[in-house]
Design a protein. Structure first.
Length: 553
């Protein structure tokens, strides 16, 4: 294949250790081990996609089998062995894709093939890509050969998921963790490629490519290839055009939306979001970028422009720094939680665009919530204080404004309590306890509700207008709806029925069982039971019915 017709990721694939970027420590260690003739039985390269695992494996194979030796490795003009390895056609260097050959039979064939020595080079080398895809039996079949292979046999493994490889295999390899490529290093690399290809791309557009690639060289070259192919003759690819091609948008728009949220301007928030949506930005990309901006707002004082992975320019960085000085950390953490929650909601809603709009509106209303007073007292705590306990509240809290609020709240309570007097006149029911509710269900002939309350419900908290419960797996799915309807009918007020993570009390039926069990145990200790047992040794005590006054204790 003509080199000029190859995609950039293949055209500029490193052919020697000098060409590798970002993996200097790995390169130096391997070169030193080959020079010292201390080559391990197996290499294991791990890391994210596109950082050079398979490429490094081929370079290692070249360094072991180069006709010129490790001291004079081929660079510009490759020897016969190096050229064959680069083309994946060397007879002694076998490349295997574990994703397509996962079985134990494939490994057995490989082991059988390893019995024969190399034909034209020093080492026979097996390169297994995505080695974590091998089956458990395949790994087990490989163990003995991997631990004590012939001197001429070397293994090189590459994987993106090191945790899926058995520890017994990892311990037999010399493991190298290939790191993500640093942003600055990757930017300089793709800029050189751009110049070699005579492409016209601005630095800002290249920085966007670096950001999207997340440290992967292959991803960066693929994006650059796409960008260059989208250019018309003589035109330069700028940041705006690159954002449109890759589906990303200017961070300034997101910062402006965040500022408008803090100001509570609903109309302009939605208007600005629609402009972003019209650019073809996917809702999930918007949410992920929003999370990134939240991170910057929270940690901007400990960051530098370089550490933002080219996400922000100088103007945006300073803008975030200025706005963040007026934002509470609690608000940012609350925003983060709601944003992560919305990210999960996008998978279950049909119109993601509307979900994002409602998410932004919710953030505006979240911002309007007032945090708890720094003294440790909130309005609820103060309102619940009676005259005897108010003297314990710090003097700076009890001011005229607070006292007036207490008066207003107490007046409101009186106004709200007045209709309760009417309930007696109109024969409306007042339920004071959970047991009264069960009794009421019996009187009203609602036997299904009574059964559920006794058998499948565990009471956590009961108060007027609110019931908090936990339940077992047998609870009827319409229980809450039916109980709410009947409570409204009986008491003429709406009740809130909520589920709690707390276990709560045991059910009424379980309480009755425990009482019966205790009665039986107590009865077995009595003289009457002992006397009866002497006359009727086969008798079994099944139930004890106490006097009513004893049972109610």
């Amino acid at each position: 294949m003509n080199k000029n017709t190859k995609v950039l990721a293949l055209k500029y694939r490193p052919q020697s250790f000098d060409d590798l970027i970002g993996q200097e420590v790995v390169s130096e260690t391997i070169i030193n081990s080959v020079k010292a003739n201390k080559v391990p039985n197996a290499y294991l390269f791990t890391g994210i996609r596109g950082i050079g695992k398979t490429t490094t494996a081929r370079i290692v194979a070249k360094s072991l089998n180069c006709l010129n030796g490790i001291e004079n490795l081929c660079k510009e003009k490759p020897c016969e062995n190096c050229e064959a390895i680069a083309n994946s056609s060397h007879i002694d260097v076998l490349e295997m894709d574990a994703a397509s050959k996962t079985g134990v039979d494939d490994i057995r064939d490989l082991i059988e093939f390893s019995r024969y020595g190399p034909t034209s080079s020093k080492y026979k080398i097996f390169i297994i890509d995505e080695v974590h895809m091998l089956s458990k039996q395949a790994f087990n079949a490989l163990l003995k050969t991997l631990e004590e292979p012939p001197q001429y046999l070397k293994f090189i493994f590459a994987t993106t998921e090191i945790k899926k490889i058995p520890i017994t295999v990892v311990s037999r390899c010399q493991k190298f963790d290939l790191s993500r490529i640093k942003s600055t290093e990757l930017f300089n690399f793709i800029k050189q490629i751009k110049d070699k290809e005579n492409g016209k791309v601005t630095d800002d557009a290249l920085k966007l490519i670096v950001k999207i690639s997340e440290g992967s060289v292959r991803d960066a070259l693929s994006l650059l290839d796409r960008a260059l192919l989208s250019l018309d003759n003589g035109k330069e690819l700028d940041l705006r055009a690159a954002q449109k091609i890759f589906g990303y948008f200017d961070k300034s728009q997101l910062i402006n939306i965040f500022d408008l949220i803090l100001k509570g301007d609903e109309n302009k928030v939605i208007e600005n979001y629609k402009k972003i949506y019209d650019q073809g930005v996917e809702p999930k990309i918007f949410i992920n970028d929003f999370l990134e901006i939240l991170y910057y707002f929270k940690n901007i004082n400990s960051l530098t422009i370089e550490s933002t992975n080219f996400s922000l320019n100088d103007e945006q960085f300073n803008q975030i720094k200025e706005i963040s000085n007026n934002i509470d950390t609690d608000v940012l953490i609350l925003f983060w939680q709601f944003t992560v929650q919305t990210l999960g909601e996008l998978d279950i809603v049909s119109n993601q665009h509307l979900s994002i709009e409602m998410f932004l509106l919710r953030l505006i209303h979240l911002k309007s919530f007032k945090p708890k007073d720094k003294s440790g007292y909130d309005d609820t705590e103060i309102n619940n204080k009676d005259d005897n306990t108010q003297q314990n509240i710090p003097s700076q809290i009890v001011n005229k404004e607070i006292i007036n609020q207490i008066k207003n709240v107490s007046q409101e309570k009186k106004i709200k309590s007045e209709p309760l007097i009417e309930t007696k006149v109109t024969n409306e029911v007042i339920i004071k306890s959970f047991n009264e509710l069960v009794e009421l269900c019996l009187n009203k002939k609602e036997m299904n509700l009574k059964y559920e309350l006794e058998k499948n419900v565990n009471l956590v908290k009961f108060e007027n207008g609110r019931i908090e419960i936990s339940f077992n797996d047998n609870l009827d799915k319409d229980f809450v709806k039916n109980l709410s309807t009947k409570l409204l009918e009986w008491t003429k007020q709406r009740w809130m029925i909520s589920f709690s993570k707390n276990k709560g009390e045991i059910s009424i039926k379980d309480k009755e069982k425990n009482k019966q069990k205790k009665l039986i145990e107590d009865m077995k200790k009595s003289n009457l039971y002992k006397t009866l047992s002497e006359y009727f040794p086969d008798a079994e005590l099944i139930e004890v019915k106490p006097l009513r006054k004893d049972y109610d204790k």
